[in-house]
Design a protein around this ligand. Structure first.
Ligand code: DAH
Length: 342
């Protein structure tokens, strides 16, 4: 019987050390220690032994059981550790692998030009106003002193929203002058109103049916043309450099009197005349003037007490000059090869 026990111990320890998963361990436990297991079988036959032999064998059998149980526990722990290690290895993250690069964009040249202008005017005490692109003809034309028969009101020039021609897509940001005066009511008024405007223009290198303007309006006591000149000179020098040369040319707008257009000397030929300035030597930048007394009256502001100036800048044109872009279509095409240059 002693040899039998020794054999069981050997076989069990051997098998346990070779087991490769917990199921196998379980099967071995049943095989050696279970109710019908090998060790139990031996114990059952102990009845045949003499009274002296029985405790000795009993002790030996217990030793074998203890040895097998210990080995079983050991094997279980080892398998668990092995499984954990395998899992860690399978799920390992290599933190040294370079990450996917994140493509960082940048501001559109139009936004850059607009932000520069906004910053400058804010520093001069202007408020930035936003207004509707779907506008009333009353604000876009009538209260701006634009006559009923003015050609800009024509259906061939203006996108009307309603058949009675009372609602339209604004053709200029100038209705924001009216909205500013209606809102603020009492001067001083100092506002900048950038935004989209719409006209029935064919697309070409310098035209688009949708484009952007920046409207400016200042009203206070004693505002003169000198203030207009100083303000616009500050803007143009900030945009195009201290050495830029500008000129004020008389013009006509229904909502200003007197009115002018402001040109900057061509940055390419310095006034000599070249294709960029179409041989003129000068490039037109904006329209401006002293707010017409009728416009002030239309907004319940007394022209005997207050005066003001207004200006309207084409933002595309400004960005094109600023970044030396020759074709307006490129601004709207969103070709990344073009945009990534700025
Ligand atoms: N609204 C004019 C246009 O679209 C530009 C303009 C001219 C705006 C003179 C003004 C101004 O405020 O005083 O052509």
């Amino acid at each position: 019987m002693k040899e039998q026990l020794e054999k069981i111990r050997q076989e069990a320890l051997d098998a346990l050390s070779k087991a490769s998963d917990t199921n196998e361990l379980d099967a071995l436990r049943v095989r050696f220690l279970g109710k019908k297991g090998e060790l139990t079988g031996v114990l059952k036959s102990m009845g045949k032994l003499s009274a002296e032999e029985r405790p000795v064998m009993g002790q030996a059998a217990n030793n074998v059981r203890a040895a097998i149980e210990e080995k079983l526990e050991e094997a279980k722990t080892a398998l668990k550790a092995k499984a954990l290690e395998a899992k860690l290895e399978a799920e390992a993250i290599d933190v040294t692998i370079p990450g996917d690069p994140v493509q960082l964009g940048h501001r559109h040249p139009m936004n850059k030009a607009l932000d520069e202008a906004k910053d400058l005017f804010i520093s001069m005490g202007f408020r930035v106003l936003d207004g509707p692109e779907v506008e009333l003809a009353d604000y876009n034309f009538t209260r701006l002193n634009i006559a009923e028969n003015h050609p800009s009101r024509d259906r061939s020039d203006t996108f009307y929203i309603t058949d009675d021609e009372k609602v339209l897509l604004r053709t200029q940001t100038s209705p924001m002058q009216i909205r500013a005066m209606d809102e603020i009511k009492k001067p001083p008024i100092r506002i900048l109103a950038p935004g989209r405007v719409y006209r029935k223009d064919e697309v070409d290198a310098t035209h688009s049916p949708m484009f952007h303007q920046i409207e400016g309006l200042v009203i206070d006591k004693g505002v003169t043309m000198a203030d207009l000149k100083g303000t616009l000179e500050t803007l143009i020098k900030a945009m195009y450099g201290e050495d830029s040369v500008i000129r004020f040319r008389p013009h006509h707008f229904p909502f200003t009197e007197p009115s002018c257009e402001v040109d900057v000397q061509c940055f390419k030929c310095r006034g000599a005349g070249c294709p960029t300035c179409k041989g003129e030597g000068w490039i037109e930048l904006l329209g401006a003037g002293m707010v017409h007394p009728k416009v002030l009256e239309n907004c319940d502001i007394d022209p005997e007490i207050y005066s003001g100036f207004a200006f309207g800048i084409g933002l595309e044109r400004m960005a094109m000059r600023r970044f030396k872009i020759s074709d307006m279509r490129m601004i709207f095409e969103n070709d990344i090869r073009f945009l990534s240059q700025f």
